[in-house]
Design a protein around this ligand. Structure first.
Ligand SMILES: *Cc1c(COP(=O)(O)O)cnc(C)c1O
Length: 378
């Protein structure tokens, strides 16, 4: 059997061990230290837009803290993209708040502005204007930033930008991770760069960053003993993980190039093929890191997503259906939903393909050969 080809696996740059060694040499084996501060600086420089970054234990923790910093309370409505990973929505539930899920639009597969507006008006009609809008830039594709921002301003509702999959993507030359009142980045093992597990909260001002750090380190007030006036969390990033992150930041631009090169490979592979439609940027305002390449499979052409997935599985190549929309998940049964059936159709017909920055020429050849075999089935 050939080696497994993964959808997206960790890809070290080479200098990570140096930062980890520094941590060991100086005994900074803790959720604080020079690597944590260094990674925050690196990210602030990279994002380049007067932002303040708190390094945390996960992207999910960052989303949770963003909701807390926006003062979301039990019973509040929060709008959230339905077509996403569950971690976008779960922190709403941690707080006892109520998600309203919203469909995607067909260009970027992210929040549909019209459906967002319907969701807001629904909340207002119940006497409860939604307290936040969680936008996602799915698979690295930036969301419709201007359209969503206009709605956020018109109704005065803050945006939490879930940029977990979109570090390195840009919209009109501005980096994803700088568009929300708060933005969230993930360094989980499958993301474009990784700290093994980790995340970051991006804030517009230093007070919010400091507050996030305070809450993420058990909310200890100034006192010789431990004094608490708020509920804290143990959400800070470890100095070891941050060491991996510092090494990974050195290769982030390279990783974006490599993933975009995979996208060109797939573009070429499917260029004369109407059965497999590659999801790509709608116009030059959008620059995706192409964290994952995704195709939709035309169900009228005798293939199903499952046939393709199984074919690849037999060749020891991992592919995966698109995220199952949250409004279709058993755990969110009965939640409010606005939009039509686009997210559901994408889920039925979409498939994520191997997209790691470490794919070899031989891997790409195996992928090409498998698609050729599939084409011959018809
Ligand atoms: C990975 C991911 C998260 C969560 O990040 P973690 O670091 O794994 O907690 C949130 N939202 C989306 C869209 C993700 O892909």
């Amino acid at each position: 059997m050939d080696d497994k080809i993964w959808i997206s696996s960790p890809h070290m740059g080479g200098t990570e061990m140096k930062y980890i060694q520094d941590a060991f040499d100086e005994n900074w084996i803790a959720p604080l230290g020079p690597n944590v501060n260094g990674l925050e600086k690196d990210l602030e420089t990279y994002l380049g837009k007067e932002v303040h970054v708190a390094a945390l234990s996960s992207g999910t923790a960052a989303l949770h803290l963003a909701l807390i910093l926006l003062n979301i309370k039990a019973g509040d409505y929060v709008i959230c993209q339905s077509l996403t990973f569950s971690a976008s929505a779960n922190p709403i539930i941690y707080l006892g708040a109520v998600p309203i899920f919203v469909d995607s639009e067909k260009e970027t597969w992210n929040l549909c502005p019209n459906a967002v507006e319907d969701a807001i008006k629904f909340g207002i009609s119940k006497g409860k204007k939604p307290k936040a809008i969680i936008t996602v830039s799915l698979y690295g594709m930036p969301h419709q930033v201007d359209e969503i921002k206009e709605i956020s301003q018109r109704f005065d509702i803050p945006i939490i930008e879930d940029s977990a999959e979109a570090l390195g993507s840009t919209y009109k030359n501005q980096k994803c991770g700088t568009f929300g009142d708060f933005s969230v980045i993930s360094f989980n093992g499958n993301k474009i760069i990784t700290t093994s597990g980790g995340g970051a909260l991006v804030a517009k001002n230093i007070e919010f960053k400091n507050k996030a750090v305070f809450l993420s380190t058990q909310a200890k007030d100034e006192a010789p003993h431990y004094e608490h006036t708020s509920i804290g969390y143990n959400y800070r990033m470890s100095n070891i993980s941050a060491g991996i992150g510092r090494g990974q930041m050195e290769v982030l631009d390279l990783r974006v190039q490599q993933r975009r090169k995979n996208h060109l490979f797939y573009k070429e592979l499917f260029k004369d093929n109407s059965r497999f439609i590659l999801h790509t940027e709608p116009n030059e305002n959008y620059f995706s890191n192409h964290w994952l390449n995704v195709i939709t499979i035309d169900p009228d052409q005798h293939y199903t997503q499952e046939m393709v997935r199984e074919k690849f599985l037999r060749k020891n190549i991992e592919t995966r259906p698109i995220w199952k929309p949250m409004h279709l998940q058993p755990i969110f049964k009965g939640a409010q939903y606005f939009g039509s059936d686009l997210a559901e159709r994408l889920f039925q017909n979409g498939l994520c393909l191997p997209s790691g920055s470490n794919l070899t020429e031989k891997d790409l050849q195996r992928i090409t050969a498998t698609f050729e075999e599939l084409n011959q089935l018809l």
